[in-house]
Design a protein around this ligand. Structure first.
Ligand SMILES: Nc1nc2c(ncn2[C@@H]2O[C@H](COP(=O)(O)OP(=O)(O)OP(=O)(O)O)[C@@H](O)[C@H]2O)c(=O)[nH]1
Ligand SMILES: [Mg+2]
Length: 330
């Protein structure tokens, strides 16, 4: 701030001169009576004072060094294919938690674990002598080659191992080799396979198993662009009624665009949850998880390999966090 000295015949004259020169807002800092009777006032120029203050503000201030733990969180999220938005939201959650250093990753895991909803376990009622049980029907839908049949076989094997009576219906009756593939997988767990081409046949096939606790339905892979086939599939499945769960199977190796297209198209089949497959084939599964979070889809199962006897996991919040931060189920 610059200080000017203005001399006048007396105080009034000195103040008038100061105002004329530096405006009405001139700041009078002091006054002094001179030996000859004149008065000198010291004033500060308010416009310059303001400019000086602004200049001081515009001088780059030293940026505080970013917390080391936040760098680690950002690095691992980027490695797993996370978007800018996901990184920013997670770092925000870490900052709000107050966690620092190595604890930042724990705080990130906590935030990410709850970012995707988990589907409840399928409602499979236990059979009891003399009690009529409504079987739980689970249909697997999705684009071609994503792992629908393999996932069905994995779940069937698990259910049979835990003593459940399981029936399998194939609605993939046209693709050469599809039924044979399913029969081969089913025979390993001594389970019957019935065929169904439409909704009425599906109803009959479900009823044909006697009293199973669970019926798993394999469907043909459909292109997300084939809206006629998707509508027909949705209609056929709707014939099953209330006890139906429809799992949309998506492979973690797909692009965000492909996942988004599948989500939109397969809405015609009214999925109740998602199954993510081929998690073993990528270390960047964040896109599919982010799509699930954005769509508020619920995750039912996660698959990370081809082995029917293994590689099927019930989705859990800790798996979601592992996938975001490590790129795999730990
Ligand atoms: N690496 C890996 N491969 C998988 C996984 N799940 C399925 N596969 C493989 O993916 C290929 C296709 O699997 P299917 O189960 O036939 O896929 P689908 O969706 O039934 O295919 P369509 O009926 O032709 O639409 C097979 O080679 C499976 O072994 C998985 O989690 N990881
Ligand atoms: Mg199949």
């Amino acid at each position: 701030m610059q200080i000017h000295r203005i001399r006048g015949r007396d105080l009034k004259d000195a103040l008038e001169r100061a105002q004329r020169q530096y405006g009405a807002d001139a700041l009078v800092l002091s006054r002094e009576t001179m030996p000859d009777g004149g008065v000198t006032v010291a004033v500060a120029d308010p416009t310059r004072a303001l400019a000086a203050a602004k200049l001081a503000q515009s001088v780059p201030q030293p940026v505080p060094a970013r917390e080391r733990g936040c760098d680690d969180v950002e690095r691992v999220l980027r490695r797993s294919g996370a978007s800018e938005g996901c990184v920013a939201l997670t770092l925000d959650a870490v900052a709000r938690s107050g966690a620092r250093g190595p604890f930042a990753l724990d705080a990130a895991a906590e935030a990410l674990a709850s970012s995707v909803e988990i589907a409840p376990s399928p409602r499979i009622q236990r059979r009891a002598p003399g009690v009529l049980v409504q079987p739980c029907v689970i249909a697997f839908v999705g684009p071609t080659g994503v792992g629908k049949t393999t996932t069905l076989a994995k779940l069937a094997a698990r259910l049979v191992r835990s003593g459940r009576r399981v029936g399998i219906v194939s609605m993939d009756t046209h693709r050469p080799g599809a039924v044979e593939q399913l029969r081969a997988l089913a025979s390993a767990i001594l389970t019957d396979v019935a065929m169904a081409g439409d909704g009425a046949e599906l109803q009959r096939a479900v009823a044909s198993f006697g009293s199973p606790e669970c019926v798993l339905v394999d469907t043909a892979g459909v292109s997300p662009r084939d809206s006629a086939a998707l509508a027909a599939l949705g209609e056929s499945l709707a014939a099953v009624g209330g006890s139906l769960e429809t799992y949309l199977v998506l492979q973690a190796t797909s692009s965000r665009e492909a996942i988004e297209a599948a989500r939109e198209s397969f809405a015609a089949t009214n999925p109740s949850a998602w199954v993510l497959t081929k998690l073993d084939e990528t270390r960047a599964p964040s896109p599919v998880l982010e799509c699930a979070a954005a769509a508020r889809a619920r995750l039912a199962f996660l698959c990370d390999g081809q082995d029917v006897a293994a590689h099927l996991h019930r989705a859990e919040p800790k798996h979601v966090a592992d996938l975001f931060l490590r790129g795999r189920i730990a």
